[in-house]
Design a protein around this ligand. Structure first.
Ligand SMILES: Nc1ncnc2c1ncn2[C@@H]1O[C@H](COP(=O)(O)OP(=O)(O)OP(=O)(O)O)[C@@H](O)[C@H]1O
Length: 506
C-alpha cells in the first residue's frame, strides 16, 4: 500500500515546469534487479512502465532506521530538485511505500566508482582516469558549495558513472538528511554539529563534532575519495569503523607520513607530484588551510588534466560488466570468501570484526602511524609457547598458510581463550618495552661515562649534540611503540566488547 507523501516537486514551481513528472505510485514501476545495498537502503534497477519503460534506479530507504520525519525529507528533496548541474544526479521523484522511502532516479549504467573499483580495479584506477572523475566531482561540489549546500557524504560510493563517461555526484541531501536530521546553524554560517557521512571519509573536525562541520569537511572527504580511487580503498579502512578509534587515528593522520608508507609498500605505483600535492592540501588538519572547491578547481592537477572522458570510457568503462551482474558477483564472492577477507562487504551492515587488509599500512620502520593489530592465535588454551606470531612482510600481515585453518577454528571455538592469550601477550610486550627502556637508560649512562672519559677529544658541544640526537631517536622509538600498544589495546577492547555482545545474544 503506497502513501503519496511526496507532492509533485516539479509542477508546483514554474521554474522547472518542463521537468517530466514521474508517477508517485509503486505499481507504475517494475523492479528488474537489485544493484546495490547501502547502510539502510537497497538500490534496484527498474523500469517506469507509463514512461515508455524508461530504465530507472530506485533507492528504497528503510525509514524505520532513520531518525527523521517525512516532512524534513520532503523539504530536502524539494531543495534538491531546484539544483541543476550536469554533475549532480537529481532524483526524478520520491514517495513512501509502507515503511520505505522510494527515491526514483536516473539509472547510471556503470554504477558507483566504488562498485567499479571493487569489482575491476581493486588496487585503484590509473591517475589520468582519477583526474577525470575527480574533476567532474569537484565541479559538482563547487556548484553545491556556491549554492550554500554541503554534501556531507562525498565518497566513491556516491560518485556514479554512465557508459558514455558522464560522472555524477549522488546522494546529496537524501541520505544525509535521513540519517542525520538535525542541522544547527551557527552565527549565520552553515555549521552542522551532528555526525554525518561515513567514518573513513570524515574530516577530523566532523568526528570531533563539537567544532562543527562546514564546507571544508567536504574537501577532506574529497581528498580521502582521491586516495580511495588511487588505491582501491580509503586509508584506515582496515580498522573497525568505530568513531572513537578513528578519531584518534584521523587526528594523527598526516598525508606526508602516509605517502612515505605508500612509497615503501607500493614501489610500482607512482603518482604525479601534482596529484599528491592536491590530495595533501585537502587533507590538512586545519580546515581553514584546505582550499575551497572553487580554488581546488584551479589546481595544476585539474588544470593539466587534458584527457577527455573518452579516455575514462576506454580505460575503465569499456567492457565493464553490468552493475547488476557485478553486484550479484560481489555478493557471491563475499559469501564464498568471507573467512579469507573480512573487508567491507557491499550489502552487509558495517563489519564488526577486524578486517585483515594489507593495502593500507601505516606502520613501516620509522613511521608513526601504524594501526597494525598483531594477529595472534593459539593451538591450545593460554599456552604462550604455542602462540603463533604474525609474520610481517613488507608491511603486510601474513599468517603462515598452515596456521590459517587452525586459526579460523580457534577463532570460533575459543575466542575467549584467544583474548586471554592476546592480553597475556600484550602484557608481555609491555614488559619487554619496560625492559627495553631500562636497557636504554643503562646504555645512555654508559655513553655518558664514555664521553666523560673521552672529554678532551670531542668538543663539549659535539658531545651534547650527539646525546641530543640519540635521545631524540630513542624518544621517537618509544613514542611509536607506545602508540602501537595504545592502538592494540583499543583493538582488544573492541574485540572484548564484540565478544561480550555476541555472548549476550546467544
Ligand atoms: N542511480 C543509480 N544508478 C545505478 N547504480 C546505482 C544508482 N544509485 C546507486 N547505485 C548502485 O548502488 C550501490 C549502493 O548505493 P547506495 O547509495 O545505497 O550505497 P552507498 O552510497 O555505497 O552506501 P551508503 O548507504 O553509505 O550511502 C552503489 O554503489 C551503486 O553501485
Amino acid at each position: 500500500m503506497a502513501h503519496h507523501e511526496q507532492e509533485d516537486q516539479c509542477s508546483s514551481t514554474g521554474t522547472i515546469a518542463q521537468k517530466i513528472q514521474y508517477p508517485l505510485d509503486p505499481s507504475s514501476y517494475k523492479i528488474l534487479d537489485e544493484i546495490g545495498v547501502g547502510v539502510s537502503a537497497i538500490v534496484y534497477k527498474a523500469i517506469c512502465i507509463p514512461m515508455d519503460s524508461t530504465v530507472v534506479a530506485i533507492k528504497a530507504i528503510d525509514l524505520d532506521q532513520s531518525r527523521t520525519d517525512l516532512d524534513s525529507i520532503r523539504r530536502e528533496t524539494k531543495t534538491m530538485s531546484l539544483l541543476s548541474h550536469p554533475n549532480i544526479l537529481n532524483a526524478h521523484c520520491s514517495f513512501s511505500v509502507d515503511s520505505r522511502l522510494w527515491v526514483v532516479m536516473p539509472f547510471m549504467s556503470c554504477g558507483s566508482l566504488q562498485s567499479i573499483i571493487s569489482s575491476c580495479f581493486p588496487d585503484g584506477l590509473p591517475e589520468p582516469c582519477i583526474a577525470i572523475v575527480l574533476k567532474e566531482t569537484l565541479s559538482a561540489l563547487s556548484y553545491l558549495h556556491n549554492q550554500g549546500h554541503l554534501h556531507r557524504d562525498v565518497k566513491a560510493g556516491n560518485i556514479l558513472s554512465d557508459s558514455d563517461g558522464s560522472v555524477k555526484l549522488a546522494d546529496f541531501g537524501v541520505s544525509a538528511s535521513i540519517y542525520e536530521p538535525s542541522h544547527h546553524h551557527h552565527h549565520g554560517s552553515a555549521m552542522i554539529t551532528d555526525m554525518a557521512g561515513t567514518p573513513y571519509w570524515m574530516a577530523p573536525e566532523v568526528i570531533r563534532s563539537h567544532t562543527g562541520y562546514s564546507f571544508k569537511a567536504d574537501i577532506w572527504s574529497f581528498g580521502i575519495t582521491a586516495l580511495e580511487l588511487a588505491h582501491g580503498r580509503p586509508p584506515l579502512s582496515h580498522l573497525p569503523p568505530e568513531k572513537s578509534l578513528l578519531m584518534k587515528m584521523t587526528q594523527r593522520f598526516r598525508f606526508s607520513d602516509y605517502e612515505k608508507t605508500l612509497k615503501i609498500k607500493d614501489k610500482n605505483k607512482k603518482f604525479s607530484r601534482a596529484f599528491k600535492d592536491m590530495v595533501a592540501s585537502c587533507l590538512d588538519q586545519d580546515p581553514s588551510k584546505r582550499p575551497s572547491a572553487e580554488k581546488l578547481m584551479k589546481h595544476s592537477f585539474f588544470k593539466n588534466c587534458n584527457k577527455g572522458v573518452e579516455f575514462f570510457v576506454k580505460n575503465v568503462l569499456h567492457g565493464l560488466r553490468s552493475v547488476e551482474e557485478r553486484f550479484k558477483e560481489s555478493r557471491n564472492h563475499v559469501g564464498a570468501e568471507h573467512h579469507e577477507d573480512e573487508e567491507f562487504e557491499v550489502g552487509s551492515s558495517p563489519p564488526v570484526k577486524q578486517r585483515r587488509i594489507s593495502g593500507w599500512n601505516f606502520n613501516e620502520e620509522g613511521f608513526e602511524l601504524d594501526p597494525v593489530f598483531p594477529f595472534f592465535t593459539t593451538e591450545s588454551r593460554a599456552d604462550s609457547d604455542s602462540v603463533v606470531k604474525q609474520v610481517r612482510f613488507g608491511g603486510e600481515t601474513i599468517i603462515p598458510p598452515d596456521r590459517i585453518k587452525k586459526q579460523s577454528e580457534s577463532d570460533t571455538n575459543s575466542e575467549e581463550s584467544n583474548l586471554g592469550t592476546q592480553l597475556a601477550v600484550h602484557h608481555q610486550a609491555a614488559e619487554s618495552l619496560m625492559a627495553l627502556r631500562r636497557s636504554l637508560d643503562e646504555e645512555r649512562q654508559q655513553v655518558s661515562n664514555m664521553i666523560a672519559l673521552l672529554g678532551g677529544e670531542i668538543s663539549r658541544e659535539d658531545q651534547l649534540m650527539q646525546i641530543v640526537e640519540r635521545l631524540k631517536m630513542e624518544l621517537e622509538t618509544e613514542r611509536r611503540k607506545n602508540f602501537e600498544l595504545e592502538m592494540e589495546l583499543e583493538f582488544l577492547k573492541h574485540q572484548i566488547s564484540g565478544a561480550d555482545n555476541s555472548g549476550g545474544t546467544d
